[in-house]
Design a protein around this ligand. Structure first.
Ligand code: C2O
Ligand code: CU
Ligand code: CU
Length: 551
């Protein structure tokens, strides 16, 4: 069999380094296939200390305009072939940015911006989708940072969360890109969804993401375009994060003795408590919770500090794409809970409101048993100000995507995972991360039920890489209406057991084999060391078989 280059990439038979110029010259000697990730010094967890919280600089709220995120353009596109390919380049670097006007804050950003640029791609495998593949060259120019008096290299690994990538392009935690190295990641864009790319470096994810290494990636297909949901400037990403900023402008990273990190500044798209001017029409919002540990409980209100009756949002999508039908949530009692790494999309119809109306996206904290934090300023996230009329030919269909329910009777096995805390560590089934251990071995094509349980104390947003899942039940009860689509992050509340079901294949019918991670997406828990891996089949490529190369 003779393969062209693109087919070889798809099968994971080659590095993708040769496709982009001009960095390709130095590849050949290093492009060998490693079967194991190289060992490198791990951060031995220092004894937990509980630092006194410093408070951020106080700043005005609901005045700074919401930032529209920068869209990244490809550096090359290859048309033709069975599927066109777009190549992007993203340099990870430090930058000084104005998060608080008048103060300079050092961030570590994709392209030096915070959050990173948005990538939008056509995906899907039906002919009419005109799906494309993506290659992103991530270049690490981050250098070092000082930790306890020594200069530590800022190693990175990039995970595209929500994409069924091959193991060597999935951002495996030990497949590191050191400073002055780059790595090409290949993404198949096999279905439409709001997903995100973020750092995944072993032991260091919480700091790297907190410092700014996160961005949104949107995949669209033809079916979704036909629904005629709000588009263009009315299709708005909202990336939620919390931070703490010292008086000198520096970011304060305080994980409270390796427990959780809570900021006291609420940011949307990198802007503290922003205001968005909106027209009297429908908007689609794609909300990503990119916070380290914080769960939000979203509801719309006409009051900055209270709740009003009858404000509606229509949830249309979850982590892995559109729902079967919109789910209407009405204030004050029906809130949308969004844990770290979850994505939800909703439509707000501002034509229900008069010109000059203020609306607030609030986080009243009904479900905040999850957060060990009670800063009242964090209970309001952003303001919408209805300032104009504009025509609206978009629609909110009554039915969206067909969600084919996976049948629990077809499951070949049920696996159990306990998320728990020892005296100093976060563990899964009483074990820490070990790159040489595999804790589950599903067969390609198998349908399996995984039972995720939490013996209390903390909420764990559990993320499983590679496949899309459906929630069967929470402690035997049906999941919430907006949780009945496809998902890859599951909030496991105190004393809760959540059963999820998936089929270990890919959306185009291929079976991919190899090792993938599962972990708590409270990034502090993930780093210390609530993470494990499973291996689909036995013959997959090693996650370290396409190592980063020197620049
Ligand atoms: Cu969003 Cu393994 O992470
Ligand atoms: Cu993921
Ligand atoms: Cu956790």
């Amino acid at each position: 069999m003779k393969l062209n280059r693109r087919e070889a990439i798809k099968l994971g038979l080659t590095g993708v380094g040769g496709l982009l110029l001009p960095l390709e010259s130095s590849n050949s000697a290093l492009a060998q296939t490693l079967s194991n990730c190289p060992d490198f010094p791990r951060v031995e967890n220092p004894p937990p200390t509980f630092k006194q919280e410093e408070l951020s600089h106080q700043i005005p709220r609901f005045q700074y305009p919401l930032k529209r995120l920068r869209l990244l353009e490809p550096v090359h596109s290859y048309e033709g072939g069975e599927r066109p390919l777009d190549c992007y380049e993203i340099t990870m670097k430090k930058a000084q940015v104005d998060i608080i006007p008048g103060l300079k804050t050092e961030i570590w950003g994709y392209e030096g911006i915070f959050p990173g640029p948005v990538i939008r791609q056509r995906g899907g495998f039906r002919d009419e989708d005109q799906g494309r593949d993506t290659l992103v060259r991530f270049i690490n120019r981050l250098g070092t940072f000082e930790e306890n008096g020594t200069e530590v290299p800022i190693n990175t690994s990039v995970h595209l969360h929500g994409m069924a990538s091959l193991p060597q392009y999935d951002g495996y935690a030990e497949d590191l890109i050191r400073p002055c190295y780059f790595k090409d990641y290949f993404y198949p864009n096999d279905r439409a969804a709001t997903i995100w790319y973020h750092d995944h470096a072993i032991d260091r994810t919480s700091r790297n993401v907190y410092m700014g290494l996160a961005g949104m990636y949107i995949v669209e297909d033809e079916e979704e375009r036909r629904f005629n949901l709000p588009q263009g400037e009315y299709d708005v990403p909202l990336i939620l994060q919390d931070m703490r900023i010292a008086d000198d402008g520096s970011l304060i990273f305080n994980d409270r003795g390796q427990r959780s990190l809570y900021g006291d500044i609420s940011l949307v798209n990198g802007v503290p408590w922003p205001c968005m001017k909106v027209a009297r029409r429908k908007y689609r919002f794609r909300v990503l919770n990119a916070s380290t540990s914080r769960t939000y409980d979203l509801v719309l209100s006409k009051k900055e500090n209270g709740l009003t009756f009858g404000e509606r949002i229509y949830v249309i999508g979850s982590d892995c794409g559109l729902l079967g039908a919109p789910v209407e949530l009405t204030s004050p009692l029906q809130t949308l809970v969004i844990a770290p790494a979850e994505r939800y999309e909703f439509v707000i119809d501002f034509s229900q409101y008069d010109l000059d109306t203020d609306l607030y996206l609030r986080n009243p904290g009904f479900i905040n048993s999850s957060n060990i934090d009670s800063d009242a300023r964090m209970q309001t996230i952003m303001r919408f100000y209805v300032d104009r009329d504009e025509p609206d030919n978009s629609s909110l269909p009554q039915k969206l995507r067909d969600i084919k329910r996976l049948d629990p009777n077809k499951a070949v096995t049920t696996r159990k995972f306990r998320f728990e805390r020892s005296s100093t560590q976060w563990l899964i089934n009483n074990k820490r991360w070990n790159k040489n251990r595999v804790d589950a071995n599903p067969k390609p094509g198998a349908i399996e039920i995984w039972e995720l349980s939490n013996n209390g104390g903390w909420m764990h947003p559990v993320h499983i890489h590679f496949v899309d899942w459906q929630i069967l039940d929470r402690n035997g009860r049906k999941p919430l209406a907006y949780e009945r689509g496809w998902k890859d992050v599951f909030r496991i509340d105190h004393f809760e057991t959540v059963r999820v079901i998936a089929e270990f294949g890919r959306r185009n019918g291929d079976y991919i084999e190899g090792k993938f991670m599962m972990h708590c997406h409270n990034l502090v828990h993930e780093d210390h060391s609530m993470m494990t891996q499973f291996e689909v089949g036995k013959n997959g490529p090693s996650p370290c078989s396409a190592p980063a190369l020197p620049i």
